[in-house]
Design a protein around this ligand. Structure first.
Ligand code: MLT
Length: 325
């Protein structure tokens, strides 16, 4: 009888602690790790969403840029963080999808080491070249690449970044050999296209559109299935050189495995509320960011999507020579 009484007291105490954590959380600022340099599309999208989610949860969300190795350094840092709800990862298709297929040694497992919290909307990419490049359209660029193997310098955010993956896939599908030039993020990688140090980049629309509007680069093609309203004169890869080709960068927030469910639920509910705010979603759409059906934003949906993407990229890497340089 004494044992049962003790057990009941212990259970009641544990429930009280859990409830107290739930009520108190978050009691201090939350950190979101962005594994790319500031100023790139992942950083920009994360800051837009963090600012609105912070308002809903009542604590600041601080962005910690931890670049390097295509985002895998920042992802490993997040996997090792305390599972207390105060550190989360801004994940994306590269280091949370393709990386297991590309890196022989990875210091984390995108599925086993994380709790998926919620998915961001997707961003298609735009292929842009420096203004002085002779290619005036995508066909001309492919032709240049065929005639000048390894002489087309395409910048990216490191092995496994979306700018790297999509450039490698397009080059392989078009049968041309390009030189992939890695940076610590698409931010600095784009600066060197504008400056003319490299020839081109595939960059997400939220950071690409302003540079195109200001005529600092020339847009040749988009990776979306259909043309983007913001770039009506820019053809898709699918309608020109790669029939059926479509690609976007997907993203999501992940917490270290073992983070209390109450914390995950609180942040997820805040996000889902933000995504019903038309002022916010219109701002996203104006950057050609692609809203998803609400049910795809949940942690459960992100978890299933992550597992499917890890498997898909293993199959892609097996049949496509995605360069690891
Ligand atoms: C970035 O934010 O730097 C980009 O998302 C990196 C990439 O995926 O190319």
């Amino acid at each position: 009888m004494r044992f049962i009484k003790t057990l009941l007291c212990a259970l009641a105490a544990a429930a009280a602690v859990g409830a107290a954590h739930a009520q108190a959380y978050p009691a201090k600022p939350i950190t979101w790790i962005v594994p790319f340099a500031a100023g790139g599309p992942t950083d920009a999208l994360a800051r837009s969403i963090a600012e609105r989610v912070a308002r809903e949860v009542g604590q600041p969300i601080v962005i910690d840029n931890a670049p390097g190795a295509g985002g895998t350094i920042g992802a490993a840092k997040a996997a090792r963080a305390a599972p207390d709800g105060y550190t989360m990862l801004v994940g994306h298709m590269g280091y949370m999808g393709a990386a297991p297929a590309l890196y022989k040694k990875l210091n984390y497992d995108p599925v086993k080491d994380f709790e998926p919290v919620f998915r961001f909307p997707d961003t298609p990419l735009v292929l842009m070249v420096r203004k002085e490049h002779p290619a005036r359209n995508i066909e001309g660029l492919i032709d240049f690449g065929r005639k000048n193997p390894d002489k087309l310098f395409i910048s990216n955010a490191g092995v496994g970044s979306s700018s790297h993956l999509i450039a490698a896939l397009v080059a392989s599908a078009a049968g041309i050999k390009v030189t992939l030039v890695p940076y610590k993020g698409a931010g600095p990688a784009l600066v060197d296209v504008i400056g003319g140090q490299v020839d081109g980049i595939f960059d997400q629309t939220n950071t690409a559109l302003p540079q195109i509007t200001e005529s600092k680069v020339r847009a040749l093609a988009v990776t979306s299935k259909v043309r983007l309203p913001q770039l009506k004169d820019v053809p898709t890869l699918a309608e020109t050189v790669l029939p059926g080709f479509e690609a976007s960068t997907w993203y999501g927030i992940y917490a270290p495995k073992g983070t209390p469910k109450a914390a995950l639920d609180k942040v997820q509910q805040a996000y889902l509320k933000v995504m019903t705010d038309k002022t916010f979603t219109d701002k996203m759409s104006a950057q050609a960011i692609q809203m998803l059906p609400t049910e795809q934003y949940t942690g459960a949906a992100l978890g299933k999507h992550t597992e499917a993407e890890v498997a898909r990229w293993k199959a892609v890497a097996a049949k496509t020579n995605i360069s690891l340089d």
